[in-house]
Design a protein around this ligand. Structure first.
Ligand SMILES: NC(=O)c1ccc[n+]([C@@H]2O[C@H](COP(=O)([O-])OP(=O)(O)OC[C@H]3O[C@@H](n4cnc5c(N)ncnc54)[C@H](OP(=O)(O)O)[C@@H]3O)[C@@H](O)[C@H]2O)c1
Length: 384
């Protein structure tokens, strides 16, 4: 039996994690849960899974959660310290971090520092603090198992060989909804158009990032730290069907790929049960029915946001935190119709240009770079 803690349990990945945990029955025990402010759903989850501890980051809502769980015997904690307590709770061997944004950083570090396996969905942790996080994992002999589908695919392919045998990692990208748009048409993209992703249903930020290919840039950075492969040995190939989730090319020229229908519950179950692989009743991929898979190079002339990934991954240190924060600000401005779709990448790039990379020694250093980048990106925006 595995004992898990789920941080960000009320979100898209968090609720699917609990769904998978329920399907796995008595193989999984939920020891603690944490969320941002959705006390109602957290209370429902607590009543269903009977964890020892639940935490809510938003202190204002904690009294409501406490009264909802008054006679349950479940301990209730509040604020970011409460979330960290849920991440480092005794009796759990795996922490699922599905918190959104840099708010996930303290939980990820706390999980590793308490020696747990980190089942990581939160992109921002690796993008903003990958160098530091992987050092902390090594220091604590703790493992990081990715939930992001591309990195899960690479993790699975790497079971066929060692990192020393890898020639390069190949991340696949759907290409986003504007794969065939001209530069002229890209200028006229509206938030409504960009929010329609061809294959995955996700939050607004990651959907817009998929359309600019900045999401793939962030995944290059994630892969660089997670697998310890230099940025110039990480490639990206556009694969509109999103069936091949990513690949590893080994030094003898063999390429291994992981395939499956797009369903986040598959990488979630893999991370929960790793190193075991348990059965799952799910719709199966039928390659004959599919007919064909296509691949093409990314067009970095129309989608220059992708290049920022290699740049930040090579620069290391705080560059990832700055790219992450600046792109978040730019996406927000676009969603609020203050900038055009084609201005998102230049704002992120100019923020990186203005930044002097340092090597953070703590989560606070990373959060400081994040704050700096947000201010700078706002100042660089038109009318800022
Ligand atoms: N969705 C996907 O398919 C997918 C795929 C790959 C990677 N990811 C990554 O996984 C992460 C989560 O994505 P998501 O789509 O599940 O996001 P989401 O639906 O927005 O859920 C975010 C979760 O984080 C919680 N939260 C917010 N602030 C918090 C805080 N300060 N402390 C603790 N919990 C907090 C939220 O609680 P409330 O509900 O109370 O606000 C919610 O449970 C992101 O980093 C995303 O990039 C997502």
């Amino acid at each position: 039996m595995k004992s898990i803690t789920v941080l960000g349990s009320t979100g898209s990945i968090g609720t699917r994690t609990l769904e998978v945990a329920e399907q796995l029955g008595d193989r999984i025990r939920v020891v603690s849960l944490a969320a941002g402010s959705n006390w109602r759903l957290l209370a429902q989850q607590a009543n269903r899974f009977r964890p020892e501890l639940v935490a809510l980051a938003d202190e204002k809502q904690v009294p409501r959660l406490r009264s909802a769980l008054a006679d349950s015997g479940i301990e209730v904690a509040g604020g970011s310290d409460g979330v960290v307590a849920a991440a480092s709770v005794d009796n759990a061997d795996t922490a699922v971090v599905a918190v959104v944004g840099v708010a996930g950083l303290p939980a990820s570090f706390a999980a590793l520092e308490s020696g747990k396996t980190l089942a990581l969905a939160n992109k921002e942790t690796l993008v903003a603090a990958g160098e530091l996080l992987t050092q902390v994992a090594r220091d604590n002999r703790a493992e990081i198992v990715p939930i992001d589908s591309e990195h899960s695919a690479i993790h699975q392919c790497l079971r066929a060989g060692t990192v020393d045998e890898v020639q390069r990692l190949l991340l696949t990208a759907s290409g986003g909804p504007f794969r065939a748009f001209s530069k002229f048409d890209l200028k006229r993209v509206t938030p409504e158009m960009a929010l329609r992703h061809p294959t995955w249903t996700m939050g607004a930020k990651v959907t817009i990032d998929s359309a600019t290919l900045i999401n793939k840039a962030l995944e290059v950075i994630e892969a660089r730290w997670l697998f310890g492969i230099p940025a110039d040995r990480i490639g990206v190939v556009v694969h509109p069907q999103s069936v091949v989730h990513s690949m590893v090319e080994f030094r003898d020229g063999s390429i291994l790929a992981q395939l499956g229908l797009p369903d986040m519950r598959v990488p979630i179950q893999y991370a929960l049960t790793y190193p075991e692989r348990l059965p799952r009743s799910t719709r199966r991929l039928d390659l004959a029915e599919l007919g064909g898979l296509t691949f093409e190079p990314p067009d970095t002339d129309r989608f220059p946001g992708l290049l920022l990934g290699w740049r930040a991954a090579s620069e290391g240190g705080t560059a990832g935190a700055v790219l992450n924060a600046a792109s978040e600000v730019a996406v927000d401005l676009f969603l609020n119709r203050r900038i055009r779709f084609t201005e998102i990448t230049p704002i992120a790039a100019r923020t990186l240009d203005c930044h002097t990379v340092t090597h953070p020694g703590s989560v606070d250093d990373v959060l400081e770079a994040d704050r700096w980048a947000r201010k700078k990106a706002m100042a660089l925006a038109p009318g800022g």
